[in-house]
Design a protein around this ligand. Structure first.
Ligand code: FMN
Length: 179
């Protein structure tokens, strides 16, 4: 049994990346894992100020919603990042959360695996490459974490499009089942 944390970073309620992440979560629960989902929507998460105090304190000095999420990350074996593709990159919300989790850098924590679930309007699977690159950067800085899977939810634009994409939903569920 793995502790899996799904971080849904889209500001859009009932959006495509979150719908795919929910399918992943359903598969992972079917497989017997403990799954928790946190949405960044409506959370107060400021930009990292680069002060680096987190390395001394073990937590960020900014008092907003990020620290509680970072604490959840630290005790999770698997982090699933769900993001819409914005300008061929991860959402600003996802990047801000990555930066605000800087206190986890070079610490002893549970994180061992990560997944990327992305949705994009573009039909070309390469639309997700920029987001993969960003997550690879995070993985490179957490040497015990491996990038286990990428779901390229391409061709999804309007809200609800993912609900009508059975092939992608099944792919996400299978990814969760095998997590
Ligand atoms: C600010 C913004 C930038 C976007 N940039 C891209 C892009 O570069 N490439 C693309 O294919 N889709 C782009 N899109 C479309 C979204 O990626 C797409 O609608 C996605 O399915 C939204 O996911 P969500 O419902 O989880 O928020 C953009 C949408 C927004 C709002």
């Amino acid at each position: 049994m793995k502790r899996i944390l799904v971080i849904s970073t889209s500001p859009r309620a009932r959006g495509n990346s979150e719908t795919l992440a929910d399918a992943f979560a359903a598969g992972a629960k079917e497989a017997g894992h403990k799954v928790k989902k946190i949405s960044l929507r409506g959370r107060k998460i400021a930009f990292c100020t680069g002060c680096q105090s987190c390395h001394k304190l073990g937590h960020c000095v900014l008092e907003d919603d990020a620290n509680a999420i970072v604490a959840e990350m630290a005790k999770s074996d698997v982090i699933v990042w769900a993001t819409p593709i914005y300008y061929y990159a991860v959402s600003g919300q996802m990047k801000t959360m990555i930066d605000r989790a800087n206190s986890l850098y070079e610490t002893d924590n549970a994180m061992r695996e990560t997944y990327l679930i992305a949705s994009a309007a573009d039909d070309d699977p390469r639309a997700v490459d920029g987001a993969v690159k960003t997550l690879e950067g995070w993985v490179a800085c957490h040497e015990k974490v491996k990038l286990k899977g990428v779901l390229r939810g391409v061709g999804l634009d309007a809200r609800g499009a993912a609900k009508n994409a059975p092939r992608l939903l099944e792919k996400a569920r299978q990814m969760g089942l095998k997590a």
